[in-house]
Design a protein around this ligand. Structure first.
Ligand SMILES: C[S@@+](CC[C@H](N)C(=O)[O-])C[C@H]1O[C@@H](n2cnc3c(N)ncnc32)[C@H](O)[C@@H]1O
Length: 241
């Protein structure tokens, strides 16, 4: 059982609100597309199923194993690598960073390392598009209690992941979850996980990109839904030479 992939699917897999935006960008630029922090392939598989060649990069080999199995005969390549030190020796018309992955890179120094690598992997005039959100917005007056857990059952065992709280830790939002495995029989296993996302605005990231040579082209928006926060997508253009 690939538990890493199972939790990742439960906690990220059902999100669909941004897919139309990535499809539209890929149709605009053409492929192949570099999907950074691809996880189990939510975005990669959606684009590849529409005929777009995708190179999926993630630091977590277990997630990419699941992605590769699901990709079957789709035009997908996987690369286990840290996005901050990516060295593929090829260039892409479009680099995507969906679902706040850019906020997992260790603050401004980590983002700068990645932005430099993104520039090195973009064709002249290519586009980098990254989604950002402030996880502190998860709870507001309308959403003041945590949502029901994301859960599934496999072979009589229930896997549930519950969002407990999002805590401001200064420059980062700490997302606290409790993961439970219930069964078979009376067995119950529970543990806590915390994911920390840098709190940084789209304008700050765009300014960081511009200092490294990108052109700040536009902002796109993924609307919020009943279940998910909205996000801002920063579109930065590589120099055309
Ligand atoms: C929020 S998930 C997004 C997954 C997928 N892109 C999606 O939209 O469903 C963040 C992903 O980024 C990956 N990740 C985190 N830090 C990374 C790094 N330094 N380099 C490459 N991938 C990273 C994680 O392993 C995880 O799969």
């Amino acid at each position: 059982m690939n538990l890493d992939a199972l939790w990742h699917d439960l906690e990220c897999g059902a999100y669909r609100e941004d897919l139309q935006l990535w499809r539209a960008l890929a149709a605009e630029t053409g492929g192949p597309v570099l999907d950074v922090g691809a996880g189990t392939g939510r975005v990669t598989l959606d684009l590849a199923a529409r005929g777009m060649a995708v190179v999926a990069v993630d630091v977590d080999a277990a997630l990419l194993e699941a992605l590769e199995r699901r990709a079957a005969r789709l035009p997908v390549e996987t690369v286990v690598a840290d996005a901050r030190r990516l060295a593929l020796d090829r260039r892409f018309p479009l680099v995507l960073v969906p679902m706040q992955t850019l906020q997992l890179l260790g603050g401004a120094p980590g983002r700068a390392s990645f932005l430099r690598r993104a520039l090195a992997h973009l064709e002249p005039g290519g586009l980098l598009a990254a989604a950002v959100a402030d996880a502190m917005d998860c709870f507001d007056e309308e959403h003041d209690v945590p949502p029901p857990p994301d859960a599934c059952e496999i072979a009589g065992v229930r896997y549930a992941s519950r969002l407990l709280a999002v805590v401001d830790e200064g420059g980062r939002a700490a997302i606290h979850r409790r993961r439970e495995i219930i069964g078979p029989g009376e067995r119950v296993e529970a543990h806590s996980v915390v994911v920390r996302l840098d709190r940084v605005s789209a304008d700050e990231i765009a300014a960081e990109g511009c200092r490294l040579g990108f052109h700040d082209e536009r902002r796109l928006y993924v609307p919020q839904s009943e279940e998910y926060l909205g996000s801002t997508v920063i579109a930065l253009r590589a120099p055309r030479r």
